[in-house]
Design a binder for this molecule. Structure first.
Ligand SMILES: [Zn+2]
Length: 342
């Protein structure tokens, strides 16, 4: 009997060893890609290079920093959102907040008279991040904005919202975020002015917001009135139901730079839509720079502008144009700039 038991135990140990050995062999060797992986432990946030094979964190650390507040995900949408607000209200000064992995409802940031950096662990989803009117110094980092329920009465997105009346937002950065479903960035149309906005390293893919929202305001990025510099860089736009970027309703000063972005399959409208409704571009001293971008089988017009926008402040250069359908490729190229349709 003893002998049988020890045989069974030996067989069990051998099997376990073989399994462990094969698991070791199958473990990913990790190849660092361009994307970043955010994780939190003991109040310390670590950003590493993400493995492009398995999507896990590699040993290559890019940055570590302390979070002043770590919001644990409980699944109670209202309570979890309130925790984020409370952390900002009670902070003595500028605050860094880390969201633990989860699927959150609506979160409010900014306008607590301090700067706020909101980062999230890998795989965190938030339906709406509202940047409160009056906010100065807000960074939103590594959040997935994803929603696909057509019954919703709001458009899940990062949005600039006032409590009423006209507001100002300054120095807002949106970095390494992913948008899909109904996810968009909506900035302050008719509600105020955004001064110095940066959108960096974000992905907009399968933004099919045409379910209940057949509205050009819901482009993947919609920029209303701006001052200072607006920069959209290193972003990926693919399969967008309406426009990728709409710069609308300029009546103030500013410069917009769109660089190193990728556009593909922009279904219904334009990669970049540039309108000035009230005054001419020159009068507004607004300029638009588009450089280092790839327009790849975009399936729609590349640019449009309203008739009041003149060409003199448009700088379009060093871009790559691929597989533009002949039906829309009626532009003549001129003047070292790339498209007279501007
Ligand atoms: Zn890996």
């Amino acid at each position: 009997m003893k002998r049988i038991v020890s045989l069974i135990i030996t067989a069990f140990i051998l099997t376990a060893c073989i399994f462990t050995f094969s698991a070791c062999k199958e473990k990913c060797e990790h190849i660092a890609g361009n994307e970043q992986f955010y994780a939190e432990s003991g109040g310390v946030v670590t950003i590493s290079k993400k493995c492009k094979m398995c999507g896990e964190a590699t040993d290559e650390v890019i940055d570590t920093f302390n979070a002043d507040a770590v919001i644990k995900y409980t699944g109670n949408r209202t309570a979890d959102g309130n925790e984020v607000t409370k952390a900002q209200q009670t902070a003595n000064g500028d605050i860094t907040i880390c969201l633990k992995k989860g699927t959150y409802g609506q979160i409010y940031v900014g306008d607590f008279e301090k700067k706020v950096r909101l980062v999230a662990e890998e795989g965190t989803r938030v339906e709406v991040v509202q940047v409160n009117g009056g906010a100065d110094g807000v960074t939103i980092e590594n959040i997935d904005i994803y929603y696909n329920d057509p019954e919703t009465d709001y458009s899940p997105c990062i949005k600039f919202e006032t409590a009423g009346g006209f507001s100002y937002w300054s120095n807002i950065t949106i970095k390494n975020c992913n948008f899909s479903g109904l996810g968009t960035i909506n900035s302050a149309w008719k509600k105020g002015v955004v001064e110095n906005l940066i959108v960096d390293g974000c992905t907009f893919k399968d933004v099919t917001n045409n379910v209940n929202y057949e509205d050009s305001n819901l482009s993947a990025i919609f920029i209303g009135e701006t001052w200072g510099t607006t920069v959209i860089k290193n972003c990926h736009f693919e399969h967008i139901a309406y426009s990728a970027i709409r710069l609308g309703h300029y009546s103030v000063e500013g410069e917009t730079i769109i660089e190193n972005c990728y556009f593909k399959d922009i279904v219904r409208n334009r990669c970049i839509m540039f309108t000035a409704k009230n005054e001419t571009l020159q009068d507004c001293q607004v300029s638009l720079v588009v450089r280092g971008c790839i327009f790849d089988d975009t399936g729609a017009l590349r640019f449009t502008k309203s008739t009041t926008v003149t060409n003199s402040n448009l700088y379009v250069y060093a871009n790559t144009w691929r597989q533009i359908p002949t039906s829309i490729d009626n532009a003549t190229y001129y003047d070292a700039r790339e498209q007279s349709e501007l």
